[in-house]
Design a protein around this ligand. Structure first.
Ligand code: ACO
Length: 311
């Protein structure tokens, strides 16, 4: 690769200029962005499954309307993230194929089950809360199409987070059984949410280059800490207990110290052995197969229109 082009590219990144699809970029930059954006898109799409599971069982019509809208938002996020990834030169079909064949990663968090209605509250509050923490800095990512997609995604995630927290507030202030259900959901989702931010900084193989290229603005551990600091007061406000006996405010740093994360669980989930990995991929494969006729019809229609335009 031309060293002068590479130097010019880094200068543009350092000057906070946005890199656009037709601009010169190092192959490794293209590759890591395609990796990250497509993993992100897959996460949005697979992320519809745990919550979609509750659409038919919401406690009220109002909750159903909000949950339906939220799950549809996730689908929209997936679609414009695939579009952003395609601007880097890989076709959507190829990216989807990587997911369905099990070659691509998607967020570990979506391999956990949603056992009760309180899980829908916990997901909105914690999973979407963690997603916002990670995605707000991505609005300033050096790659233009990804950064712009993130602006809208973050606005919608913020609504998702509020609807989730509001479910938790309602349950926590309800009957003792409801409060216990909220606490149980928090107990199950807390540690997997901390894992969402990725491996500890020392083990994060992409962090150095992604930081240099201003894809990443904060490290995995920095974002994890921000999330803990933001969430502790929210849990206290509704009188729920975070399931971590080592959690304590560090008077020197002003941050909440937390206990040890079980990284062996994270590795197991990434290896395909989480509680729901097989179900999630099976559901996506079925949806893809069931939708084959729609793709065929759209292609046939496009061909007919082209033929008519040419005639
Ligand atoms: N789940 C699954 N895989 C993960 C996770 C996770 N929670 N965290 C890290 N990984 C993977 C990385 O993708 C990478 O794998 P790869 O080399 O096969 O691609 C490996 O673990 C090592 O991690 P890092 O070197 O730290 O990877 P990276 O620098 O890309 O940082 C991060 C990981 C923070 C997730 C980054 O990719 C990112 O910010 N992605 C965009 C946000 C996103 O995808 N969110 C999805 C969940 S939010 C939602 O959908 C509601």
């Amino acid at each position: 690769e031309d060293a002068a082009l590479a130097a010019r590219f880094q200068e543009r990144v350092d000057a906070e200029e946005r890199i656009e699809p037709n601009d010169w970029m190092p192959e490794a930059y293209r590759k890591t962005l395609t990796r990250q954006i497509s993993q992100h898109a897959h996460s949005e799409i697979v992320g519809m499954l745990p919550e979609g599971n509750w659409i038919t069982r919401t406690p009220s019509l109002r909750r159903k309307a909000a949950l339906l809208a939220k799950v549809q938002d996730e689908c929209g996020h997936g679609l414009y993230l695939y579009a952003a990834a395609e601007t880097l030169g890989t076709a959507r079909e190829e990216l989807v194929d990587q997911l369905l064949s099990g070659r691509a990663k998607y967020s570990s968090i979506f391999n956990y089950p949603t056992l009760t209605w309180a899980d829908i509250g916990a997901i909105g509050w914690l999973v979407d809360g963690a997603a916002i923490m990670n995605q707000i800095p991505l609005c300033r990512c050096s790659y233009g199409p990804y950064a712009r997609a993130m602006i809208r995604v973050c606005k919608e995630e913020s609504f998702h987070q509020r609807q989730g927290y509001e479910i938790m507030v309602t349950l926590a202030r309800g009957a003792p059984e409801q409060k216990a259900m909220a606490q149980d959901a928090l107990n199950r989702w807390w540690w997997p949410c901390l894992m969402m931010f990725g491996p500890p900084d020392g083990d994060s193989q992409h962090s150095d280059t992604s930081t240099k290229w201003k894809i990443k603005r904060f490290s995995n551990d920095e974002l994890r800490q921000k999330f803990v600091d933001a969430t502790v007061p929210q849990a206290r406000f509704i009188d729920l207990t975070l399931p971590d006996p080592d959690l304590r405010l560090n008077p020197e740093t002003g941050h909440w110290d937390y206990g040890t994360i079980d990284w062996s669980e994270f590795k197991q989930v990434l290896a395909g052995n989480g509680p729901c990995n097989r179900d999630r991929l099976a559901a996506r494969r079925k949806a893809h197969d069931d939708g084959a006729w729609v793709r065929e019809a759209a292609l046939a229609f496009a061909a007919k229109r082209r033929a008519r335009a040419a005639a």
